[in-house]
Ligand binder design. Sequence first.
Ligand code: SAM
Ligand code: SF4
Ligand code: F3S
Length: 389
Amino acid sequence: MKYHIITFGCQMNLSDSERMARLLKRAGGKESSLAEADLVLVNMCSVRQSAVDRVLGLREKLKGKKTVLAGCVLDKDKKNFDFFDKILPVKSLGHYLKIIPLYESKFSAVVPIMTGCNNFCSYCVVPYTRGPEKCRESKDILREITSLVKKGYKEIWLLGQNVNSYKSFPQLLTAIDKISGNFWIRFTSSHPKDFSDKLIYAMKTLKKVTPYLNLPVQAGDNSVLKAMNRPYNIGQYKEAILKVRKEIPNITISTDIIVGFPGETKKQFQNSAKFFNEMGYDMAYISEYSKRAGTKASLLKETVSQEEKKKRKIMLNNILIKTAMQRNRKYVGKTVDVLISKKLKDNAYAGKTREYKDIKVSSSKNIIGKFVKAKVISASSFSLRGKLL
Ligand code: SAM
Ligand code: SF4
Ligand code: F3S
């Protein structure tokens, strides 16, 4: 049996696909192109309508194949997916995280420490598609990472919708940091409500934990945050950012933010834009609000037009280009540690610095999957150029 997996959505889905690939292989399957496959497994995302539409758009391409739809499937969407032979929503899969993945990369691996979410932000489908938060046993996580490091993996991404609500996340980081070997630890996402001093201390002191933090703010206006059911205010959020920057000055900070939430006035958006500028992010995932059936926000009247959402997104993006440039400029002349991930044209290679900055270098030797040191010679908003040392 030849199989092909199509993955949409976040790193969590990517990790789930790696586990599904292992099951298909165990059953005697062989990975193939979509055209040659007998079985096509689509691991879908429902976070925005555009993600759902991409799966609907596969109808023609999947004709004549055995098909399975998995991942974040909303119950109300199931009827639209009757062109699949089977629907296996992720929340129906039980203890599937026990399956050992067939990892895509040979040097960077994603390791979920939990799945699901209890937060019910008013716009979000994840608590409905993934169900309540379930944490993995720390011994299973440590075993998986130890085996990855032995195989030569250099970067471990710990995943969860809210890693900070893992039993004791700083304690887990400490245990992972003790695993012998040369590797980096990254994690995503952190919810501001559970972001703690203990975590800052762990990030500052544990050698393998890298200085990168994704702290989704979602809105920079207190009434919008309240309507989103995000239980913090911008003052508390700002305090967390100031603290982490004071303790870890070279930290890279990214955020997630939504524009055009129902009822978001021009003034509230301006507050958001001002706050977004003040935080001086390195990176941001800016989304136009998308109404999701079944969520609390879907009951609110949409007041921001599609065109206005686009405008607001562009405005935030323009701020980001400026703040990211300010932050990247500081790297010029400095030496950075880099993990090389890709070969580009000629002798060019791309990778990420320890601070999760994109960087390009040249090398006559194959350095994919290797740690190297580079001196930064130039910077743009979202990328650095370096010279190998
Ligand atoms: N757990 C993370 C957190 O607490 O922010 C986020 C996970 S969510 C799957 C990824 C991002 O998608 C969110 O941070 C949010 O910005 C965006 N998102 C979620 N629902 C959305 C919606 N209905 N419309 C637009 N963007 C949305
Ligand atoms: Fe969605 Fe909020 Fe959970 Fe993040 S914390 S997955 S935004 S409900
Ligand atoms: Fe991820 Fe999309 Fe599910 S963002 S958790 S795959 S709804």
